[in-house]
Structures are given as C-alpha cells and as structure tokens.
Design a protein around this ligand. Structure first.
Ligand SMILES: [Zn+2]
Length: 449
C-alpha cells in the first residue's frame, strides 16, 4: 500500500486527548508523531478522535445457509459502518461450523469480508476430534441454552470434556447453567468466556468467580429492558431475553467496577417479516453499538478509555488476537475515526445489514463513527463504502504461568506494552522483539488453534 498520513488526529494517551499525526505504512501504524511527516497520501482528520478499530467478538453473519438474513459482505459493510474492524463469527450457521470441512468452507466464504475476521468453532456431543483438528480458531462455542440452530448440549460431562480440550470456550449459559459452567471451570482450573450476561444474579456469581470467567455484555441489555419489549413486541425477542431495569443497572455498575471484560454486539439479524411472523430470537446491532456507547460517553455514563478497553483492547487480549486492539506503532492499521459531536437519528434506511431494521430506530444519538480504516485502507467514509477485502486474523500463542490466570498474565503483558519507549522508527523494532518473545516457548495448551 501507499503510505498514508492521517493528519490532525486526536488520540487518547494516558487518559488525555492529544494531537497527533499517524503514518500508516505496510498496513500497519508505522509512526505516531506530533509533527507532520511526508507520505504518499495525506488525509486530514480535522481534529476528530481516532481510536483502535472495534473488535466485535460475537457476531452471527449467517453464512453459509441463511444468507437472506446476512452474509460476510453485507455483515462486514455493516460492521465497517459501525466502526468495527474485526469480527469473530459464531458457528450456528447452516451447516453449523462443527467440522474442519465446515470451517474451511466458511473460511472461503468469508474472503469477501471488508473487515478482518475470525471464527468460533461449534461443539456437539461427539465432535471432539474435529475440535482437536480445527486450526486458527478464536474459541470453541458451547450452547448450554437454546439458540438459533441446534447446537444445545445438555449433559455436563460433554461440556466438561470440551472445556478440558479447548484452549478457550465461549459459553452461552444463562442462570443456573452459568453456575454449572463456573463449577466445571473451577474443577478444571480453567477460564471461560461467558456470552451476553444479562442478569444481576449472574453478575453476582461472576464477581465471585472472576478467576474462572470472562464477562461479556451486549448493547441489547445495556440499552434495552423489558419496557422496550412492550414497545417492540416480537421484534424485541432476543436470547437472553430483555431484563428489568434493576438488572440493567447491575450491568452498568459491573462495567464501572471492572467486572465486565468486553462489550460485543451479538449481532443476530433476522428480517423484520421473520421476526413478526415467526418466532425468531436475535437483534441486529453491529451498526449501532459504537454510536450507543459514544452517546453514553457524552452522557458521562462511561469514558472513552473504557469504550476502547471493552471493545478493542480486552477482546484482543482475551482471544489473543495478534497485533490488534491498540493504537501503537507496529500494530495493524485498524482504526476508527469518531465525531463526538455528531448528532443523528438511527434510521432503518441508512442501515447496511440485510435485516434493515434496528430496535434503536428513532433514537437520536450523539457521537458517531465517521471513517473506518482496515489494514491501512479506508473501507467506510461518511456513508461511502469501499469494498476492499480484509484478512483472517491470527492468534498469539501465550505461555501459561502457574498461579496466574490468563487475563492477569495478559494484563501483565499489556503493562509491558505500555512502557514508554523512544519515539521514531526504532520503536517498531521494540514491538517486533516483543512479538517474538510472545511467540517463543510456553506450554501451549490444547490443539485448537
Ligand atoms: Zn450469539
């Protein structure tokens, strides 16, 4: 690629917004400077804020099999519009992603994506061998509760066997099933990723067991409650269902106290007719997550650093995504430009998802993504889409030190990354050396990469 200078950016450094110019080269952030430097192309960001592109670790792009609802192209365009530069796709497609052959098929289909992508692998009663042989996956998904598709696992012995085998499991487990999953994780001394936590009682049990569980929440439960369900009718059907205001409050408190690790969309599109005429659970959300969160920042419900941590830095750390999740020299040039002052209504006819509706229609939000850059290429800019193919992500191999949980260890590494280092091109080398350190050695648990 030609080198690009993003001039007049504001970036968050140690909690403060500072003016910087970003040089993008070879699909990476080559240089972060307070002086303008020459480049093949100069793009004026006009004082807007640049944040690391969002990593949405929970989406259902419906391909293969359900492509009238979404596919990797439409879903990824919707992602780009929402400021999301990497997605992790869930396995409950048709066929479900439960064999190596299914995974390879999905891999080919995803090549048309304009944001970077990765895959969660599905689990059943009897696909342990496939799990062992699946390459380059983010996690193994276990459905302990019913969802779209037919991947529910009832017996706990199977859950335990899968959790033991997989390096990381993402689990849909509500209420008592969450407690059961935590019990198994404690027995195995292993940490899993709990999807879409929605209840105060679940937050309580996670608070007590943080050693064993990462906690994801969705905009569905942060911004909607049972009351909205009355208004939305069947359109408001979602799993987990919308909860009380008391539960919603508990989620926000958990965000503030650091119990929540990630916010992900659980983008699960269905056509409006399907929602109204059939029983379909799931809401689209990838285009509205960041505006909702930025609006919340403008209302002082959380700060921009928390948004970055919950939607980019932590997902990269938890799923060990290589070279992403931070705005740093040497990292991939996956960037989102946001305008904190733009005030706009959510309108169905402006949505790129094939589902073409949103539970947030009519809501006026302040703070929107305006430009999205993936691998150094502008793929979305003020309503315009550029169909430039993106890439499948790669994963770090991390060593597991005894006595430290995975996230604690990764947080340690984050501190290492955060140490001040000299400015200039030399800094690139520091990161490269560190990447080598990360790759080297370590007891590589499981064969599920
Ligand atoms: Zn889901």
């Amino acid at each position: 690629m030609k080198s690009k200078l993003l001039k007049n950016c504001k970036v968050l450094e140690e909690g403060k917004l500072v003016e910087r110019h970003l040089l993008l080269e070879d699909h990476k952030i080559a240089y972060i400077s307070d002086e303008i430097i020459t480049a093949d192309e100069v793009i004026d960001i006009e004082g807007n804020i640049v944040i690391p592109g969002l990593i949405d670790c929970h989406v259902h792009f419906r391909e293969p099999g359900l492509t009238h609802k979404e596919d990797f192209l439409s879903g990824s365009i919707a992602a780009a519009k929402g400021g999301v530069t990497t997605i992790l796709d869930m396995p409950n497609t048709l066929p479900p992603t439960i064999t190596v052959a299914n995974l390879e098929e999905k891999r080919k289909l995803a090549e048309k994506s304009i944001v970077n992508y990765g895959f969660h692998f599905g689990s059943t009663k009897d696909n342990l061998n496939e799990i062992k042989n699946a390459k380059n996956i983010a996690s193994v998904k276990i459905f302990m509760n019913v969802s779209t598709g037919d991947l529910k696992i009832d017996d706990l012995e199977t859950v335990e066997r899968i959790m033991k085998e997989a390096k990381l499991c993402t689990i849909h487990a509500e209420e008592e099933n969450l407690s059961k999953a935590i019990e198994i994780a404690a027995r195995l001394n292993k940490k899993f990723y709990a999807c879409h936590i929605s209840l105060e009682s679940e937050i309580k049990s996670i608070r007590k067991n943080r050693k064993y569980v990462y906690c994801e929440v969705t905009p569905n439960h942060l911004f909607l409650t049972e009351k909205d369900k009355e208004r939305l009718g069947k359109l408001g059907d979602v799993k987990p269902s919308l909860k009380t205001e008391k539960d919603q409050e508990a989620l926000w408190k958990a965000l503030q106290s650091g119990v929540v690790d990630t916010i992900a969309t659980d983008h699960a599109p269905h056509l409006k007719e399907e929602k109204l005429n059939e029983d379909r659970s799931g809401l689209p959300g990838i285009e509205t997550m960041l505006p909702l969160l930025l609006d919340a920042v403008n209302k002082n419900k959380l700060n921009l650093q928390q948004v970055i941590d919950l939607t980019s830095k932590n997902p990269a750390k938890i799923f060990r995504i290589k070279n992403k999740g931070m705005l740093k020299e040497g990292y991939d040039a996956d960037l989102t430009v946001i305008d904190m002052n733009m005030e706009k209504e959510v309108k169905a006819d402006e949505l790129f998802s094939k589902s073409k509706w949103s539970p947030f229609e009519g809501k006026v939000l302040k703070g929107w993504p305006i430009t999205t850059i993936v691998n150094g290429n502008i793929v979305y800019d003020n309503g315009n889409v550029y169909e430039i193919k993106a890439k499948e992500i790669a994963y770090e191999r991390l060593s597991f030190r005894k006595g430290k949980t995975n996230l604690e260890k990764m947080r340690g590494e984050a501190e290492h990354f955060d140490k001040p280092k000299p400015k200039g091109f030399g800094a690139k080398k520091v990161d490269n050396v560190h990447q080598e350190e990360l790759k080297g050695g370590g007891n590589h648990e499981g064969q599920t990469e």
